[in-house]
Design a protein around this ligand. Structure first.
Ligand SMILES: [Zn+2]
Length: 430
């Protein structure tokens, strides 16, 4: 049996609190994981109370009138990253979203505008565990001073520092970290993984024991809508739900869906779930759309810092942003992406294209190969595993919309996902 990890999710906005755990995760095959609400109910004062203030023990408490100082001694401060624009801009933190799990965590700081930031670390010393901090000069935060996370990050403390805000992450062990930002709306994403966790210790990238399928959109976000009213979110979920039991049964691979019903899941949260699950492969499932009703075919996308023009348009739609923001983001990712992971993702993407055509073309001869393309997709950012975005067909093309509405076509798409994973595991090249 494989040990399960839980993903604790909490979002605290500066004006409201929402400490609840997001709904159930669907696990199939070998793994049954409970989504337990094991977030700490509040750190003891002795762990955090430098100033001994009567700070609230949990994020659910009312906003205090005094802010606990979180300044750390300068000794041992190791700034590790800076970025953002422009320096010194005034802004505010709207929300601090936390996705904590046993061996990984994602912290998303939603901001009113682009700001400068600095990420640093403080080693364990004087009875304190290791800490990370993010300094945001000129940025305000009027939310709780302590935010529970759970898993690898015990909690986040917030406080004023030199006219700005410092966030301190209290860790329960040494971690690897990566920070990047997403535009429109501007947010900082800090990804953390255990130095000894499963996600960074695999020797063979073709070993697949866990897969995450990510049905695009959901809830109030229908995705693209076809002329006859077919909604992308429904097709994506149905294809994922058809594929998941096959992957589990035929390949013996544990499969997690980022959503298993018509529910909205933020783009930031989807890869956080995959990282927490220790997934070996992340596949986001979508339907393509174009202003031109003639556009048709199957395409698979990877996140790359060197995007192509057509892919940027698709990324803009899937990101709920502009093409220029997608381009800007792709460029910014150059600093944090490693070439190996792009190549591995491309390898799987090619296999998925090939498996799709093999599955569809016998019955649908007009299906065309749109190829593997590269662009700045937010939903793929920060994945610890090969990650692709599959555009199953064009919902904006009348004939393809009709096909996407049929159970047979959807089943063939599900079969293609299974066959691509099987080929990838077997070491096939695309
Ligand atoms: Zn989509």
């Amino acid at each position: 049996m494989i040990a399960g990890e839980s993903l604790n999710h909490a979002v605290v906005r500066s004006s409201t609190t929402d400490g609840g755990l997001r709904g159930a995760l669907l696990l199939l095959g070998l793994l049954l994981a409970a989504c337990d609400d094991s977030r700490p109910t509040g750190a003891s004062e002795s762990e955090v109370g430098q100033a001994g203030s009567a700070a609230p023990a949990t994020s659910e408490a009312a906003h205090p009138t005094t802010v606990e100082p979180v300044s750390e001694p300068p000794t041992g401060v190791v700034p590790t990253a800076t970025g953002g624009t422009p320096s010194g801009a005034l802004g505010a933190i709207h929300a601090i979203e936390r996705y904590g799990a046993k061996d990984s965590a994602r912290i998303v700081v939603a901001l009113s505008q682009p700001v400068s930031y600095e990420l640093g670390e403080l080693p364990a010393a004087d009875g304190k565990g290791p800490r990370l901090f993010i300094d945001l000069p000129g940025v305000s935060w009027d939310g709780p001073v302590k935010l529970p996370v759970g898993g690898i990050v015990n909690q986040i403390r917030t406080g004023e520092r030199e006219g700005g805000t410092r966030l301190v992450l209290d860790l329960n062990r040494a971690v690897r970290k990566r920070i990047f930002y997403l535009p429109e709306p501007f947010r900082l994403v800090l990804d953390i993984s255990s130095e000894t966790g499963t996600s960074d210790t695999r020797r063979n990238p073709r070993e697949i024991s866990r897969v995450v399928l990510d049905p695009g959109h959901g809830g109030h976000d229908p995705g693209a809508i076809g002329a006859s009213g077919l909604q992308e979110k429904d097709v994506a979920l149905d294809v994922a739900q058809r594929a998941a039991p096959l992957i589990a049964r035929e390949l013996g691979i544990s499969t997690l869906l980022t959503r298993d019903y018509d529910d909205y899941v933020a783009l930031d949260e989807r890869v956080a779930k995959a990282n927490a699950f220790g997934a070996d492969l992340f596949i986001s499932i979508h339907c393509n759309a174009s202003p031109s009703p003639d556009s048709h075919g199957v395409m698979t996308f990877v996140l790359d810092s060197a995007p192509d023009g057509i892919a940027e348009q698709v990324a803009a739609r899937e990101n709920h942003g502009s093409a220029s923001a997608a381009k800007h983001f792709a460029h910014a990712m150059r600093e944090v992406m490693d070439t190996d992971s792009v190549q591995t993702s491309v390898r799987f993407a090619k296999l998925l294209q090939r498996a799709s055509l093999a599955s569809l073309q016998p019955n649908y001869t007009s299906v065309v190969d749109g190829g593997v393309r590269r662009a700045g997709f937010y939903v793929l950012a920060g994945a610890h595993m090969p990650a692709v975005l599959f555009e199953a067909s064009f919902i904006s093309h009348p004939a393809e919309e009709q096909r996407l509405d049929s159970t047979e076509y959807r089943q063939r798409l599900a079969d293609a996902l299974v066959n691509a994973i099987r080929a990838y595991r077997a070491g096939a090249e695309g």
